[in-house]
Write a protein that binds this ligand. Structure first.
Ligand code: ZN
Length: 479
């Protein structure tokens, strides 16, 4: 048994982010608090003044009783009791000014905010007290996290499980060439803290799932969605809706981007806009469809701006508005969004009351498993051996013309995936055929399609161009 002390969120940064602490053997409230500040010395100056007296804004409750009306610090406690530290409330918001203050270094660092009337000291303290979670530390997460850290957001959480890949560097400005191969979050934390050591960067090196989302989100005031897949996007939306937390949304594709603020009080959510995801394969990912490097910079920065406005409580947030950005036309458009009373998660009679299986909801599993398991494959080494031996094999490349121009296998014929059904008559079903794409995924779908259409001698090139480059011909570039 022990005495439990509940720590308010404003003070948790001084207790190693613990929301509660246990002390043993104390007989009074005063002794319990003394033990607490011995274990967490940073807390002392926030609880006690220079004379060693409990600060006036700190109230300590024993059970549901304010100890000021019992015997103050002399109030007896016993094992099993729970004490709660409750900072005073002034004007409807916790008095951040007393529990968080700026050092002289911070005052100088943020001086261009401090002289801006809409931010000023009050706003800067709000930024310092704020906790923002960025889901994804990629194209959107990079500018977002950099600007939030620079602006002085006190606690920034990052969720990601990738390592830095060479193809990330074209747009993910958190990382440098020397970081390739390192875990993104390790690099991101170093980079953000070297830019602003006052920021508490918390990393969650994991895939966000229905099992961990609510727990991770619980510690944050605002969630920013920088994900690149539908399963995680719906997961983020639903978790925010269930917890009543704002979800600052952004998404990008090729030259176009979107941004909005979902999950605000009385505002719509992502499901009000899109109740269900498009079928898998219809909307390509950045890896398949490409993205202009600057685009996530524009959209991620808009997300950072919206996040800071929400923290400051200033301006008109993108609640109930979907911002559309077209980089080629350099045009912003805005659509009105209404909360859908029949929305499955934020409507009047929600049917989603807990997190669901988002991979299944988005059809991801079926897409990953069905075609690759079913189709016959040939390894790059085996194909090379057969071709060198003079084998009569028709090589079908089902990628896009832009990909063909980067590289292709000698003697291959290009028929992009979505034109194969219309151009099937160009193919000879009697001849042996090997279909390839970049990674072997799209070509597997085409092999399955051709098999169903009666082609018997058709195989998928295992691992596509990427594996060919690794195992047969390193002069073929990977992309
Ligand atoms: Zn909704």
């Amino acid at each position: 048994m022990a005495i439990t002390i509940l720590i308010p969120s404003a003070l948790q940064s001084y207790t190693g982010n613990q929301s509660e602490a246990q002390v043993h053997g104390a007989t009074t409230v005063g002794e319990a608090l003394q033990q607490l500040v011995e274990t967490h010395p940073d807390l002392r100056k926030h609880l006690y003044n220079e004379q060693g007296k409990l600060r006036s804004f700190v109230n300590v409750y024993l059970g549901d009783e304010d100890t000021r009306y019992l015997q103050g610090l002399e109030t007896p406690v016993k094992e099993g009791d729970t004490l709660m530290i409750v900072p005073s409330i002034a004007g409807g918001s916790p008095s951040v000014a007393e529990s968080v203050a700026l050092t002289n270094e911070e005052i100088l660092r943020y001086s261009r905010h401090l002289i801006l009337p809409d931010v000023a000291m009050e706003g800067q303290l709000k930024l310092k007290a704020a906790k923002v979670l960025c889901v994804g530390a990629g194209g959107l997460g990079s500018p977002l996290a950099l600007y939030l850290a620079a602006a002085g957001v006190g606690t920034i959480g990052l969720v990601d499980f990738d390592v830095v890949d060479f193809t990330n560097l074209q747009r993910q400005v958190l990382y440098t060439t020397g970081d390739v191969g390192r875990p993104k979050l390790q690099v991101a934390k170093e980079r953000l803290q070297s830019m602003n050591p006052n920021v508490d960067v918390r990393t969650y090196e994991t895939r966000l799932t229905r099992e961990n989302a609510l727990e991770i989100f619980a510690d944050y005031d605002i969630i920013v969605d920088g994900t690149d897949n539908f399963a995680t996007r719906y997961l983020v939306n639903d978790a925010c809706a269930l917890l009543g937390k704002p979800n600052v949304y952004g998404s990008i594709f090729r030259f176009e981007g979107q941004a909005s603020v979902f999950g605000a009080k009385d505002g719509p959510c992502y499901r009000c806009l899109y109740p269900e995801p498009p079928p898998p394969g219809l909307v390509p990912s950045c890896a398949e469809g490409g993205v202009l490097g600057v685009l996530p910079g524009v959209i991620g920065t808009i997300q950072a701006m919206e996040t800071i406005k929400l923290i400051l409580g200033k301006g008109e947030p993108l609640v109930g508005r979907l911002l559309l950005f077209n980089a080629l036309k350099m045009q912003f458009r805005e659509l009105k969004l209404r909360r859908n009373p029949n929305c499955p998660v934020c409507g009047e009679n929600p049917i989603i009351r807990e997190l669901i299986d988002y991979e299944e909801f988005c059809g991801v599993r079926g897409e990953e498993q069905a075609p690759t398991q079913a189709v016959e494959e040939i390894t790059p080494a085996e194909l090379k051996r057969r071709l060198d031996a003079g084998g009569d094999i028709f090589l079908l490349d089902v990628r896009e013309p832009v990909e063909w121009n980067i590289c292709h296998l000698g003697g291959a014929t290009l028929i992009p995936m979505n034109t194969v059904p219309a151009r099937m008559h160009e193919l000879d079903s009697a001849r042996e055929m090997v279909v390839y794409c970049r990674s072997g995924k799209r070509s597997a779908q085409i092999v399955a399609f051709l098999k169903a259409a009666g082609f018997r001698r058709v195989k998928n090139l295992q691992g596509g161009i990427l594996q060919w480059s690794d195992e047969v011909d390193p002069t073929v570039p990977k992309y």
